[in-house]
Design a protein around this ligand. Structure first.
Ligand code: EPU
Length: 338
């Protein structure tokens, strides 16, 4: 048992935006066996529970009341090899990118498109991480966790996770209710490289038949070029979701703004590149009050060091207002606002 919550813990190093934040109470969970005692501690003091993985998709306020749990549990296991898939369980605290590399090295393919996404395995289902033509949902067999109110273990199959574009029940109806302890993946034995995403196809264009290793290398190369490394320039990845509109709305927009970046969806609707909209409103490379818009990717807000949550959210609001005014489109913030 290694349960010792600290009081007034500085979380600046525990969120990739590097925002100043103090947790009223905070503890690291190395072993999920410590969860019942942890939940009892919170319940007996009437403390709300908050969970942090890699802190790469959150905007923390300057003060977080309640008990913050940093998930640090580790472990990767091949549970089963069926004729169709490798079934792999990973603990919530496993850092995501090393997990992708490990799977790749074992010959369990499919996750290569999701390489270099910051954060942990346990946080990945919450926003259904996705990149370069694939989403996590495609590979999830089940998500295991503990009910924060009853302390009981709970397992959700993929359908129960309610995955959507950068969305899941863990962000919706189960927000704050389920503490994710493990994710079980089904990685198809016959996974073929997914290369249709335009930027990825362009990166691979010199290769006749790219394999999984090529996809992995290409994704890493694109991300290193386009997305700031949070260790060097604090950020939380895309700050806004890409808006999805009806085809009728899209045709109207396209008539007015030829060349508007977009992706047709399977259901007939059209996803628009929020980065394109933000850039056309003149924000790319903009800076104010210690925060700004990344110069190579207009969807990424960055903290130059002295930024606060208030400054960041004020900038986000101004960007949202300008996109609404110019294009008539509302941009939704993507990270979780704690
Ligand atoms: N574009 C611009 N200006 C920019 C950047 C992009 O006009 O500054 C346009 C270009 O036309 C480009 C298009 O936007 O073709 C799409 O850009 P990109 O491929 O960089 O993707 P994105 O839509 O901006 C999404 C995800 C990223 C993910 C990439 C790659 C969301 C909110 N973001 O970004 O995910 O890595 O696709 O698949 O869906 C994240 O969620 O935190 C994240 C980084």
């Amino acid at each position: 048992m290694n349960f010792l919550p600290g009081a007034e813990v500085d979380l600046r190093g525990s969120n990739t935006l590097g925002l100043p934040a103090i947790a009223q109470w905070c503890t690291d969970i190395q072993d999920t066996a410590d969860l019942p005692a942890t939940l009892d501690f919170a319940r007996s003091r009437g403390l709300a529970i908050r969970v942090l993985g890699g802190g790469s998709n959150v905007v923390l306020p300057e003060r977080l009341p309640g008990l913050t749990l940093r998930m640090r549990s580790r472990g990767i296991a091949l549970l089963e090899e069926t004729s169709l898939a490798y079934v792999v369980r990973a603990a919530a605290g496993e850092p995501w990118h090393p997990f992708v590399l490990h799977c790749h090295q074992q010959g369990w393919h499919g996750l290569e498109n999701l390489a270099l996404i910051p954060g942990t395995v346990g946080a990945a289902p919450i926003q259904n991480i996705g990149a370069y033509g694939l989403e996590l949902a495609h590979f999830v067999q089940e998500v295991r966790g503990v009910d924060t109110q009853s302390g009981e273990p709970r397992t959700l199959d993929a359908a129960a996770c309610g995955f959507g574009y950068r969305h899941s029940v863990f962000k919706g109806s189960l927000a704050g209710r389920l503490l994710i302890t493990d994710v079980v993946f089904a990685l198809p034995r016959a996974a073929s490289p997914v290369t249709h995403y335009a930027a990825l196809a362009a990166e691979l264009s010199g290769l006749a038949a790219p394999d999984h290793a090529d996809v992995l290398a290409a994704v890493i190369a694109i991300r290193r070029r386009r997305l700031p490394d949070p260790d060097l320039l604090p950020n939380a990845g895309s700050f806004f979701k890409n808006p999805v509109v009806s085809s009728a709305e899209f045709w109207q927009l396209e008539a007015r703004w030829p060349g508007i970046a977009h992706w047709p969806q399977e259901d007939g609707r059209v996803k628009l590149a929020a980065a394109w909209l933000v850039e056309r409103c003149g924000w790319k490379g903009y800076r104010e009050h210690g925060v700004g818009v990344h110069e190579a990717q207009a969807l990424v807000l960055v903290n130059f060091g002295a930024g606060t949550a208030a400054a960041l959210l004020a900038l986000a609001r101004r960007i949202q207002d300008s996109v609404l005014q110019r294009f008539g489109l509302g941009l939704e913030i993507e990270p979780v606002l704690c």
